[in-house]
Ligand binder design. Structure first.
Ligand SMILES: Cc1cc2nc3c(=O)[nH]c(=O)nc-3n(C[C@H](O)[C@H](O)[C@H](O)COP(=O)(O)O)c2cc1C
Length: 193
């Protein structure tokens, strides 16, 4: 193990969703390693309810072309400069991983599978941080666009739950405060004040 590895606690506390990436590419090998390790996430019945489409290096450029072409319908009206302005949110990261989960017909299993895939995603975010790579879980509307789903090879009964962006960054944003946990915890059997 890397001697300078972050403690689990430090990783959880210091991870931030990175929204400004610095355009440096992320190697496919790095992404593959992160996904391999993240697959140790808990998941009920060992169903491994996830699969992934990785776009890194040249594939990420190809994804950006798809986005320019039809990703956001209202971008159709824009001239080239205005379009590139809108594209900045997407041209900064070096890679994206599209996380695909089965949509089980049974509600309990479907919720469990989404929960397990979410744990996979946080594992991936923390493992990326350990390599100095930032991440952001994004849910843009084009993830549900039938044409985009078809381009990714997503089948009926599957859902893309995340465009997980990966990239290098110069500064992490400041943490947004969380709700004070004392407001959210009550203790079984104790009277509520
Ligand atoms: C299910 C889920 C969906 C998210 N979708 C988006 C998104 O579409 N766009 C975005 O900018 N951030 C998105 N985020 C990231 C949150 O905005 C971010 O986690 C939140 O602001 C807290 O910041 P932190 O992660 O730096 O602590 C999403 C996070 C989760 C868990």
């Amino acid at each position: 193990m890397n001697e300078q590895a972050l403690s689990v606690r430090d990783a959880i506390l210091t991870r931030r969703s990175i929204k400004n990436f610095n355009v440096q590419p992320v190697d496919t090998e790095n992404i593959a390693e992160i996904l391999e390790d993240a697959s140790w996430a808990p998941n009920h019945g060992n169903r491994n309810p996830w699969r992934f489409v990785v776009a890194a290096s040249g594939e990420y450029t190809a994804f950006l072309d798809v986005l320019r072409e039809y990703g956001v319908p209202k971008w159709k009206e824009l001239d080239e400069d205005a379009l590139e302005q809108q594209m900045k949110k997407f041209t900064g990261p070096g890679a994206a991983v599209f996380v695909i989960v089965p949509e089980d017909a049974r509600q309990k299993e479907r919720l469990e599978d989404y929960a397990a895939a979410s744990m996979f995603i946080q594992n991936a975010q923390l493992l990326a941080l350990d390599k100095g790579i930032g991440t952001c879980w994004k849910t843009p509307p084009f993830l549900d666009n039938p044409k985009f789903r078809a381009d990714l090879g997503v089948k009926q009964g599957e859902r893309i739950i995340s465009m997980l962006q990966f990239g290098y960054f110069d500064n992490a944003p400041k943490a947004r405060p969380r709700v004070d946990m004392t407001e959210l915890i009550t203790y079984f059997g104790r009277e509520i004040e």
